[in-house]
Design a protein around this ligand. Structure first.
Ligand code: NAD
Length: 448
């Protein structure tokens, strides 16, 4: 695969894509490594993950620079992403020694459970957040005693390949964590059909996720899906409007809008609609779009020319737009559209720096509009009324809600979507449940 720097359009390297035979071979080696990896004493598995985290920490700058070139991420975001891999490894390094079962009171004997690893886990990662999404899968999967084969997106394999090298350097045995650049339709699809892959963690588009889910049915294969979003940002009249308007651009234009949690539907109470737009406009125009390697840059380019064309196809008669650098690079400006709810941009995931604004009259209408989508990943609610905040947060159908903020992913807390935004949860204290199978043993105890 020919890789291009999205901010310069310069060629940066060629990474061969795995054939079907190479994919089978990687899965076979991961399966072979499983037997000994699951038998590594929990304390030793924990130590290896901690060592892996230390090595990632020592290479944060290198990994971040790779992501700037390969994906056009801003350097400050890319550093956060590399540190997120470190933190998630650290967090789940506490898990192997705490993977406890239960002893359940039953008549006639003793009953106890084990949380057993599944085997080979196939991670399928999209191009928008190559590092964090890799970490959210691989850290808990390895902690639970599984082995992992990770397929990065075709366009963004570089940081994942480097992470695999760091894993080996940390002492992970061969075959425990493999990165396999490959095409979705070949390597990714093989994870679905190969019987030795026991679970798939897929993050990507809803359309591909549905096909993977259907394919997994054939072997009743375990599956976690993190799919698309069309997330509302709901601003009530009693909110801190200055703060809501100052933060709204970053809630959608971060990573150039290529974020499943982007708050791309802005619902504003009608009584403050004009006032809010007047505050929003300078905030949008103030977003610093530029060379992603510079510390002050807040938004970089889109991933590719084709993706920029797709994003542009949603925009017709913008209310206002920011600016972009001249010259090469896949740039698209921060864009605000006004919507009456009938346009494609209101309903479809644009996955670019485009936000649609629409007024609502009262709480009931805000909730109705927020829920008028097949997606349900994240949402923000801005109000100073605590009871309303709780009511709306409970009524809006989303997996990850945020009040007076735009928090989406915190590795301490569960993350995932409802409706067609996904299936299962990642991160947080319960993530290992998704990488283990509970097995129950009853042992008869004879009366004396
Ligand atoms: P995509 O679905 O095209 O690709 C995602 C991954 O799946 C890639 O690695 C791709 O090679 C692979 N793939 C493609 N076809 C496949 C197949 N038939 N079998 C197996 N694997 C296959 O998505 P994308 O364009 O790379 O990513 C953008 C999408 O990801 C957006 O919809 C976004 O919302 C979603 N996303 C969701 C989350 C989340 O956590 N919910 C996070 C990030 C991105």
């Amino acid at each position: 695969m020919r890789l291009v720097d999205p901010s310069t359009e310069d060629f940066i390297g060629d990474v061969p894509l795995a054939s079907l035979a190479e994919t089978d071979e990687a899965i076979r080696r991961a399966h072979e490594a499983f037997g000994s990896w699951r038998a590594v004493a929990p304390g030793d598995r924990a130590r290896l993950l901690r060592r892996f985290a230390v090595l990632v920490d020592e290479h944060v700058e290198e990994l971040a620079q790779l992501e700037v070139r390969n994906a056009g991420h801003t350097i400050s975001n890319a550093r956060w992403e590399a540190r997120n891999v470190r933190d998630v490894l650290d967090y789940y390094s506490g898990a192997p020694e705490r993977l406890v079962g239960r002893q359940i009171p039953v008549p006639g004997g003793l009953d106890f459970t084990f949380a057993e690893p599944l085997g080979v886990v196939g991670l399928i990662v999209p191009w928008n957040f190559p590092m964090p999404i890799a970490g959210w899968g691989l850290a808990p999967a390895l902690a639970a005693g599984n082995t992992v084969v990770l397929k990065p997106a075709e366009a963004t394999p570089l940081t994942a390949l480097r992470l695999a090298e760091l894993g080996l350097e940390a002492g992970l045995p061969e075959g425990v964590f493999t990165v396999l650049p490959g095409a979705g339709s070949i390597a990714g699809q093989r994870f679905v059909t190969h019987p030795l892959v026991r679970k798939i963690c897929f993050t990507g588009s809803t359309a591909v996720g549905k096909r993977i889910m259907a394919g997994c049915a054939d072997q009743v294969k375990r599956l976690t899906l993190e799919l698309g979003g069309k997330n509302p940002n709901i601003i009530f009249a009693d909110a801190d409007l200055e703060r809501a308007a100052a933060t709204a651009p970053y809630a959608v234009f971060d990573n150039a809008g290529q974020d499943c949690c982007a708050r791309s539907r802005l619902l504003v109470q009608a009584s403050v609609y004009d006032k809010f737009l007047a505050l929003l406009e300078p905030a949008v125009r103030g977003v610093r779009v530029g060379q992603p390697g510079l510390d002050e840059t807040e938004m970089g380019p889109l991933i590719s020319a084709a993706h920029r064309d797709k994003v542009a196809s949603y925009v017709d008669d913008p209310l206002f737009q920011g600016t972009v650098p001249e010259g090469p690079g896949f740039w698209y400006p921060p864009t605000v559209l006004e919507s009456a709810g009938r346009d494609r941009a209101w309903h479809e995931e644009v996955f670019g720096p485009v936000v649609s604004v629409r007024p609502f009259t009262d709480e009931a209408e805000a909730v109705e509009l927020a829920n008028d989508t097949e997606y349900g990943l994240s949402a923000s609610v801005w109000t100073r009324d605590a009871s309303r905040a709780v009511r709306v947060a409970r009524a809006v159908q989303a997996g990850t809600l945020s009040v007076n903020s735009h928090s989406s992913v915190r590795y301490w807390t569960p993350f995932g979507g409802v409706k067609q935004s996904g299936l299962g949860r990642e991160l947080g204290p319960d993530a290992l449940a998704g990488f283990t199978e509970v097995r129950n043993v009853f042992m008869s105890v004879e009366e004396a």
